[in-house]
Design a protein around this ligand. Structure first.
Ligand SMILES: N[C@@H](CCC(=O)N[C@@H](CS)C(=O)NCC(=O)O)C(=O)O
Length: 343
């Protein structure tokens, strides 16, 4: 894996030395917003009107951040409006690769990965170069591409899901709201806690290069999971009877936890399967309409175990565990009202 320096690809692993062995995630840089009328959003330029067929998503099925965008594309019925390209699961010297890349460096093609249908490029960094010829920074998924102005609208998943939540409502007629005004302060607070300690917390465990940095992240992660476990003992979802954005943001980490993070990132105090409430909650979310189709455990396991050779030099991908996410979850009993949850 690597990054672009003044638009040139350089193969380089994360630098943790300057932070005492701690992994610090770089902020996303491309932050325009698609809006219903094309007005500027909270950051970036105006001009990105929500239109059918105009935008394209580049994702990895392995990546928890990209996974959020795929979930919102399902929940908000955007499948026919926004097409998707899936990169290869293995990420090596050239970063994220498309299927059939000439000079590709990956181990093997994993079913589900696709060639780039828009520009016939080999690597995702070439898409960044098209949008920003002098780009400096890491080349990450997801990427929301605008076919009309030939540029990247956004490479920040938390903002792409907010766009998907509302911008296309007039076109689809789907007005389900996963970030309702009344709950925004509580959602924001939960997001911050969950991002820091859980979503990014697993990476802070796995990418730490000092014992102290690892243990600090590990303690924060499991103490946060204990807090969530208690919370979910009385509430069906994080904020009560309805699923919100905060649940989906937690989901993409939980679904990867036992299959990857416990082993690969050494987040092994306990599995999610052994936490009674969180594991039922995870299956409840997994069983919501359309969600199972966004989960590809083969891409998830292949990506982490094969791509991070610094962590797993043999590149052997573990055979287990085999978890049945379709088992009953019995979470309906926690509903406080008889109305149906959203989603
Ligand atoms: N802030 C970004 C983070 C995305 C991100 O870090 N994606 C990872 C994959 S899970 C990536 O593409 N990493 C490549 C790299 O860092 O070189 C978002 O949430 O959209």
């Amino acid at each position: 894996m690597g990054l672009l320096q003044n638009g040139q690809w350089v193969d380089q692993w994360y630098a943790t030395e300057e932070n005492g062995g701690k992994f610090v995630r770089e902020d996303a840089q491309l932050r325009h917003w698609v809006t219903a009328d094309g007005q500027a959003g909270p950051s970036g330029d105006a001009g990105f009107v929500a239109e059918a067929g105009r935008y394209h998503l580049y994702v990895s099925l392995a990546c928890p951040w990209a996974h959020r965008t795929l979930i919102f594309r399902e929940l908000k019925q955007l499948q026919s409006l926004i097409d998707v390209t899936v990169v290869e699961a293995h990420m090596r010297e050239n970063g994220w690769e498309f299927a059939n890349a000439v000079d590709g460096k990956i181990g093997q093609h994993i079913a589900g990965a696709q060639a780039d249908p828009l520009h016939q490029k080999d690597f995702l960094y070439q898409i960044y170069q098209l949008a920003k010829p002098h780009y400096n920074g890491r080349v990450t998924v997801p990427v929301l591409w605008d076919k009309k102005t030939n540029t990247i609208v956004s490479n920040e998943s938390s903002e792409i899901i907010r766009m998907f939540n509302t911008a296309f409502n007039d076109i689809t007629g789907n007005t389900l709201d996963y970030y309702p005004q009344a709950l925004q302060p509580q959602i924001n607070q939960l997001n911050e806690f969950i991002y820091e300690k859980i979503n990014n917390g697993v990476y802070r465990c796995g990418f730490a290069t000092s014992q102290a940095a690892y243990e600090e992240a590990y303690d924060a992660l499991f103490s946060a999971l204990d807090t969530i476990e208690t919370r979910l003992s009385t509430k069906r979802y994080l904020l009560g009877d309805s699923i919100t954005e905060a649940d989906w943001r937690l989901f993409t980490t939980l679904i990867r936890f036992d299959n990857v993070y416990v082993g690969h990132f050494k987040t092994n105090r306990n599995t999610i399967e052994s936490m009674a409430y969180i594991s039922d909650y995870l299956r409840d979310l997994y069983q919501q309409p359309g969600i199972a189709t966004t989960v590809n455990m083969d891409h998830i396991k292949q990506h982490y175990y094969f791509s991070h050779q610094q962590i797993n030099p043999t590149q052997i991908v573990p055979a287990g565990p085999d978890i049945d996410f379709l088992r009953p979850h019995n979470r309906e009993q926690l509903m406080t009202s008889t109305s149906h949850p959203q989603g």
